[in-house]
Design a protein around this ligand. Sequence first.
Ligand code: AMP
Ligand code: MG
Length: 413
Amino acid sequence: MTPRPPLLSVDDALDQIIKAVSTMPSERIAVETALGHVLAADINANLSHPPADVSAMDGYAVHSSHLSSTPKSLTVIGESAAGHPFNGVLGNGVLGDGFLGENQAVRIFTGAYVPQGADAIVLQEDTSRDGDVVTILEQPKPKQFIRKAGQDFSRGDLIASKGATLDARRLALIASSGHGTVPTHRKPVVAIISTGDELVRPGSTPKEGQIVSSNDLFLTHLVTSLGATAMNIGQVADQDDALTKAFDQAKSADLIVTSGGASVGNHDGVARHMNESGGLAFWRIAMRPGKPLIFGQIDQTPMLGLPGNPVSTGVCAMIFVAAAIRKMLGQDPLPKPSHAKLLAPLGENDLRQDYLRARIHIDDQGQTWAEAFNKQDSGMLKTFADADGLIIRPPHAPPAEDGDPVPVLLLPR
Ligand code: AMP
Ligand code: MG
């Protein structure tokens, strides 16, 4: 028997995947449709906000120096409302110089331009009005209730950085800074194939020997949340013809992800297909869960073959599929792990890098603690769903005691 090649390390596997996938071209899209897209370039403000000094309250624009003692009565010479700045037309219809003079006030509302010559807003509640005369009851401080021009941002300021995933808040900012479109990376299309004669669709009642397929649902949601478009090819029987047909359908995608059939059993068609097609780049890595991971290409399309156990699929997808998608979207493919202290000891590790499902919490002192679940079977989806993160145990890590620091990958909630 020929000896098996040594298992590829997680880092080398990541390296090969990241090198083999290309960043998607960029395209300009409307801000209205950009939610979840990734920016392909920095965005600088085209406008300043506010565009001029504006009132933060409803009240009266005054000059604080006219009001060294209160109560004091001022003549109301006009009005400034949002969208309708005070244009210098005085209360008597005569065009003035648009400048607030001695003992004059302008009625003003939130968001309205502050007239020239005013340096403070007096709250409506701190005044009494009689015809054209307003009596100011409270002495204003200079600048009070005025939002300075550009206090939010000024033309030219950096508003959003290349690589940012656009959410509602960032898009609101980008739009208000004068952009109707944004440069984004085209979303990669990820074809998802789940293999297995035993699989039935969510919601159906499994017959003898069957189980509900969860991997394609998980992968669909994961790749969507990472900013890709999922193309679910469906559940494919463990027959070579069926798999070949599914790959033909999937080839138009930017990345193909399969689950199941990755190991050495008679029914593991994905490994066989990749071995025989000549598209295999690597198979089997030094990782737990996820040893039988496959990477290669179907024609020109990169493919990742994930082992079918749901936690192997999940963890491998969060590490390898995520790295590929991030690279395709022009983002840093490898998120930096955090650190936590162990709440319970861990034994010495073997040659495979472990990703242990764990509870993670921050104590009152701000210290992060992690405790691995007792059972780490890769078929146990409940602990995967309950986990706050994964403790990373590098190959041959020595035994670790309570309080020892360990690298952790926090799982998004
Ligand atoms: P395989 O990698 O095909 O040998 O599958 C390993 C284990 O994962 C088996 O117990 C399968 O039944 C299970 N499995 C495979 N695919 C799925 C799936 N899509 N959803 C849930 N479990 C699966
Ligand atoms: Mg299978």
